[in-house]
Design a protein around this ligand. Structure first.
Ligand code: PHE
Length: 683
């Protein structure tokens, strides 16, 4: 069967084509405005610690996971999950439906970029003046007014207002561009990315060199890199770091699964994942250097008061950095229209391949399920996506865009999906099969640590972040209602959307597809079952702990008793989790499979553990908020920042160097098979 699928499925032309396409998907708008802005807001150089931990602890292992399941099944996300068990199909659709929500607004941001690109071109031809230009601090107001009023025609509140016709054209251009990039299939995508990946890198390089050579750039870099260590004590910093890693690496939406499903059977998995992830980080980091060096240069020219970078003064939210702060900064400096062109050109080329990777993944999922033809599904999707996009190009659309992005990319969307993916594949599938599959064709091999991190470490970390946000939202006020008791419409709709996504996913997975023939399921599901007794014990214990946790949260008891129970539950959760893991390791063999009770016990225990950790974190943050942290005045780059800079470059250059070395070494060895691995795979 596998060979049959392989023959029919198209594939990337070359290894480079695949790597670049995956980098193209990963490197997007999130790198150029998301990363620098978050780094600056959450501790400067200190933010790099949670970010790098998240990258190596969660990012790379999950990317390997997504690559291996896509490659192993040769199917887009829903069908790939279904190969494990027919009920898992909804997990795949869940991610795909989330991707659909994103694809309704991501192109809208790209449309802004197209517009600003156009203004820059016009600027170049009309003597170098940008429409938002203005001298000194007045220019900040100009840039704000231009984006908010002239361009967006923004109105406050939840009302949509009328459609902004000036954004309709750029939105059409965006969708048409995306259409032409993918209408021929991934072979063409594999060629297009040879343009859309190196070009923005070149642009970023130009911006960085120019930024760093400006007078005052060091001041900007100090704001970017000087660490504020106290931010590390706030769990929110960690939450943002993990969220940013997921979004930036395009994980959890089924994109990487789909891309890997088009890989040739002999392709490397592990090394590719590492290369792509590190390249994505490198791009984010360099983008930050470019942005902040330029902001520093601007501050020097305009002598802005006590916050020379003035990001806060200019940009309230992520997109404003790209459409207000940076355009303003450029307008203060010589050759503004040219560099504005370079910046928006970089954004457009960065964003387009991320956007079409999502379209491609939705498209491939539909085609895999229904067998309908691409040439019909794609135009329909393009029109539907465009029509949904119209909601966001109304006067009130920008507010909605921000809120919905917050939900989909926040804890409710992305973190939960990542968690679900790991839990399902780690506890309910045989993760070892995937590891063997990946190892048998990769430049370097994963050890058993990978199984444990997918099964336990990552779910506990993501689960803790998820529960912590959940408790915050439920118990804190001002989430769905204002303190005055009024409903906050945007949040209600956002929450409804993320709640509706799994419902739609279930419906989609129930609909009969063309591949629903008997015997499609994984053969391992028919093996005799072992470990029932231990499984039952673990299951009951895990359930009791879960019930206790609910009681803990709802029933009032004295604080001291509460603390003791909490730590008891935490240790109980960890013990049950390890026990279930032991049962799985012992019984997942070629002749048997572990009892489902043990597998579910493992899942409940990981959730128990993470919920307990979340409660502890919540307690920490409450005590934290009492002390106000003021940012130190930072004029020049401190010694620590130089060390941070050196360490980051070492990680990037060392990491990529090591990956390429392994690739070269493996290329020399091709033809030599690993007999133990081949034997293992059938086991
Ligand atoms: N990784 C892309 C970015 O940084 C966004 C993206 C998310 C693309 C999910 C595909 C899937 O902008």
């Amino acid at each position: 069967m596998a060979e049959l699928l392989e023959e029919q499925r198209e594939s990337w032309g070359t290894r480079g084509g695949f790597i670049l396409a995956a980098i193209g998907s990963a490197v997007g708008l999130g790198n150029l405005w998301g990363f620098p802005y978050k780094l600056y807001s959450y501790g400067g150089g200190a933010f790099l610690i949670p970010y790098i931990i998240a990258l190596f602890l969660v990012g790379i292992p999950i990317m390997i996971l997504e690559f291996s399941i896509g490659h192993y099944t040769q199917r887009a996300a829903p069908d790939a999950f279904k190969r494990g068990h027919k009920r898992f199909e909804m997990v795949g659709w869940w991610g795909i439906v989330l991707a659909f929500v994103i694809i309704t607004y991501y192109p809208v941001i790209l449309a802004y970029c197209f517009s600003f690109l156009w203004y820059s071109i016009v600027g170049i031809f009309t003597g170098g003046e940008l429409p938002w230009a203005g001298e000194g601090i007045v220019g900040v107001e100009n840039a704000k007014l231009f984006f908010n009023e002239t361009y967006l025609g923004k109105i406050d509140g939840p009302n949509l207002g009328s459609i902004r016709w000036n954004i309709v054209w750029p939105l059409i251009i965006t969708w048409v561009t995306m259409y032409f990039c993918i209408f021929k299939g991934v072979k063409l995508v594999g060629k297009i990315v040879w343009l859309t990946v190196p070009l923005p890198w070149l642009m970023l390089l130009i911006l960085t060199v120019r930024g760093l050579t400006l007078e005052g750039s060091m001041q900007g870099l100090a704001y970017y890199l000087d660490p504020v260590w106290s931010e590390l004590a706030k769990p929110i910093t960690w939450r943002y770091a993990f969220g940013q890693v997921f979004f930036s690496l395009s994980l959890a939406y089924g994109v990487m699964i789909t891309y890997a499903s088009f890989l040739h059977s002999k392709s490397d998995i592990n090394n590719n994942a590492a290369i792509i992830s590190i390249a994505d980080f490198a791009t984010s980091f360099v983008a930050g250097l470019a942005v902040f060096a330029t902001l520093g240069g601007m501050a020097y020219v305009t002598q802005l008061g006590d916050n020379p970078v003035a990001v806060e003064a200019v940009a309230e939210t992520g997109p404003s950095l790209a459409f207000v702060a940076f355009p303003y900064a450029l307008a203060q400096l010589p050759y503004s229209a040219w560099f504005s062109f370079v910046f928006f050109f970089a954004l457009v080329t960065l964003g387009v391949d991320s956007a079409f990777s999502m379209t491609e993944s939705i498209l491939a999922s539909i085609v895999d399920k229904t067998g309908w033809r691409r040439c019909i599904v794609l135009p329909v999707m393009t029109v539907v996506g465009f029509l949904f996009g119209m909601i966001y190009i109304t006067q009130g659309g920008f507010n909605w865009l921000g809120t919905i992005d917050g939900f989909v990319n926040g804890t409710w969307g992305i973190a939960f999906m990542g968690l679900l993916e790991c839990v399902v594949l780690g506890w309910l599938w045989r993760i070892k099969t995937l590891r063997r599959h990946a190892n048998s064709r990769s430049d370097w091999r994963l050890g058993p640590w990978w199984d444990y991190s997918i099964r336990m470490v990552i779910p506990v970390v993501l689960g803790a972040l998820f529960f912590w946000q959940l408790f915050d939202d439920i118990f804190g006020d001002g989430f769905l209602r204002t303190p005055e008791g009024e409903w906050i419409l945007t949040n209600c709709v956002g929450l409804s959307i993320v709640a509706l996504v799994p419902v739609i996913a279930v419906i989609l997975s129930i609909i009969k597809g063309r591949n629903d023939i008997e015997g499609q399921e994984h053969p391992e599901n028919n093996l005799p079952i072992g470990g029932r007794r231990e499984g039952a014990i673990a299951f009951i214990t895990a359930s009791i702990i879960a019930a206790l946790l609910v009681l803990w949260l709802t029933v009032p008891i004295s604080d001291a008793v509460k603390q003791v129970i909490l730590w008891l539950m935490l240790s109980g959760g960890v013990i049950v989790m390890l026990l279930s893991n032991y049962v799985l390791d012992k019984h997942h063999r070629s002749t048997s499979q572990a009892s489902w009770l043990a597998r579910w016990a493992g899942i409940i225990a990981t959730m128990d553990t993470s919920a307990a950790i979340a409660i502890i974190l919540m307690g920490l943050v409450q005590t934290e908020e009492a002390e106000v942290t003021t940012a130190p005045i930072r004029d020049t780059l401190s010694g620590v920042s130089y060390i941070i800079l050196a360490v980051v470059f070492l990680i990037i250059i060392g990491g990529l160097g090591w990956c390429f070395y392994r690739a070269l070494a493996a290329a020399k060895d091709t033809g030599i098979q690993h007999p133990d691995e081949i034997g293992d795979e059938s086991a």
